[in-house]
Design a protein around this ligand. Sequence first.
Ligand code: 1GP
Length: 223
Amino acid sequence: MRADHREWRRIAKLDPARALSDERLDEICAWNVDALVVGGTGGYGMGEVLSLLGRLHGRSLPLALEVSDPRAVCPGFDLYLIPMVLNSTEVDWVVGHHQATIKRYADIMDWERLVVEGYCILNPEAAAARLSRARTDLDLDDVLAFARLAEHLLNLPVFYLEYSGRYGSPQVVAAVREVLRNTRLWYGGGIQTPEQAERMASLAGAIVVGNALYEGYAPLAKR
Ligand code: 1GP
């Protein structure tokens, strides 16, 4: 399927390490979602990704794999999302793992399908924050500077405000949106209700729902 991430407004992020019934998957795909992203912070390999991919094919929704471990990458997705943790204190999470992966797989990489996400992780309790040793004690000016860096210095297609596990600040999301022109703003974190989803969707370019998919919530309306 031809996929353009710039058209996405509501994204469901499925974790290959977590169990999801067929009924629940059907329910999620009937929501007003524009894309399904497969991704998580670990605990899975290529087998789990392939198995989930097999269950997602044929649902007429764009499919993207968010690559956090190059050993768990497989063909068959429309796009591959490449996280770059801008507020990590370790260079590996900014460009190091990326360089190592390119060194190994450059010949088989489909550059046209890659979308780089400039992450700014703001919840210190999030697994991704701990893993990447992100500096989360940022004030608004710090966050705005990361957003501007993503757009003007790195020319990234996506700036991802990540509060995973916690509902973030609409004021921060609104302020970041104000300073971005070409880079798309994605918001993710703690969305459980339709009100929370719509509030953040009205501010960000796209919202990402993750945990709620596994906790029985219905934050998005039916299509
Ligand atoms: C995770 O941003 C997403 O990467 C969504 O966050 O799991 O808290 O919904 P939640």
